[in-house]
Design a protein around this ligand. Structure first.
Ligand code: UT7
Length: 311
């Protein structure tokens, strides 16, 4: 059985925080942020909007896009590092709000690679005919764990949510291959132990450049394809330099790298579904196109998928 994406939704807060706004808040500059990261602005959720609110709105749109009702959903997986509270899970909060009465619900923690892990967990249930329709959400309110006094991290992150409904698709479409991985020895390079995110930027940078390129090549090989078959590369949107390095590693033309980092910053587990949403909206993915999704994050963790777009 082939498993793919039946619908996509997203939510981004209205409030835009630009690099110029940050210049007024800390010792930084638009020039530094743009050249080192590619970020120009990010969205910041207001005090009344938490991770589950954004997850809910993105899910409503994904269900509508899939032409399904909440009661058609068998399982909800929310990838997040910024849940509303320690428990219950964001997945349970949105299960109730959506009215997804039949759905089991859980959060999944794999940091910025969480959405990739969520997609693959969902794939196993569907492929084995245990469940049919699974809602996979990445939602983050990173602004609540951002230390606004630390310029080395504060300029990087943004808030938002992306959601997909996964289910059976026609033969040859959907997920063609995947790779998931972890290296817990890198736990010290990116973590939250206390109120804020802590990061060894240079180490994460080196890891990301190596891992994203390698995982993208691996999923293409596993799918029996070559680099020339890739129509679009959607990497985790953390830093334009990391993303460009993976594109170069694959030898892809510039227009095959899809970017949202300039407008949303790094939204952790939301970054890949948010990018997927925008890419489809802009007509970047045609039926039958080969799309490679690849993420990395704290853990350290990583995950990649080769996907044939369409139902
Ligand atoms: O989802 C996964 C999350 N993490 C990542 O993807 C992060 C991966 N790492 C990175 O993206 C990069 O390492 C950063 C963007 C975080 C930093 O870029 P870098 O080129 O590695 O810069 P750096 O940390 O080596 O810092 C260079 C300089 C330092 O000054 P000195 O020591 O050379 O005088 C920093 O103090 O830039 C300074 N700096 C800043 N200056 C202006 C650090 N942050 C800022 C800032 N504005 N916001």
């Amino acid at each position: 059985m082939s498993v793919g994406i039946l619908g996509i939704g997203r939510y981004v807060p209205d409030r835009v925080l630009t690099n110029f706004d940050l210049e007024k808040m800390m010792d930084t500059s638009d020039e530094w942020i743009r050249t080192r990261t590619g970020i120009e602005e990010r969205r910041i959720a207001d005090d009344n909007t938490d991770t589950s609110d954004m997850a809910y709105h993105a899910s409503v749109e994904a269900l509508e896009d899939a032409g399904l009702s909440a009661e058609d959903i068998d399982l909800i997986i929310v990838a997040t590092v910024t849940p509303d509270m320690a428990f219950p899970s964001v997945a349970c909060l949105i299960q109730d709000r959506l009215g997804a009465k039949r759905a089991a619900a859980m959060d999944l923690g794999a940091a910025c690679a969480g959405f990739m892990y969520g997609m693959i967990v969902a794939q196993q249930f569907i492929e084995n005919k245990v469940y049919k329709n699974i809602l996979v959400v990445g939602s983050e309110k990173l602004s609540k764990i951002t230390n606004w006094e630390d310029r080395s991290t504060a300029v990087l992150f943004g808030d938002g949510a992306g959601a997909v409904v996964m289910g059976p698709v026609s033969e040859g479409k959907g997920i063609l291959s995947f790779e998931l991985g972890a290296d817990g020895s890198g736990a010290k390079d990116l973590y939250q132990d206390g109120p804020y995110i802590a990061m060894n930027g240079r180490e994460v940078f080196k890891f990301a450049v190596r891992q994203m390129g390698e995982s993208a090549v691996n999923v293409i090989n596993k799918a029996g394809l070559t680099k020339d078959d890739i129509d679009l590369l959607i990497p985790h949107q953390a830093n334009i330099r990391i993303m460009e390095a993976s594109r170069e590693r694959l030898g892809l033309e510039e227009d095959k790298l899809y970017k949202t980092v300039h407008k949303y910053g790094n939204t952790s587990s939301s970054s890949i579904p948010l990018a997927l949403y925008d890419a489809r909206k802009e007509g970047k993915m045609k039926d039958g196109d080969v799309v490679v999704l690849v993420g990395f994050g704290g853990g350290l963790t990583w995950g990649a998928v080769a996907l044939r777009w369409g139902k």
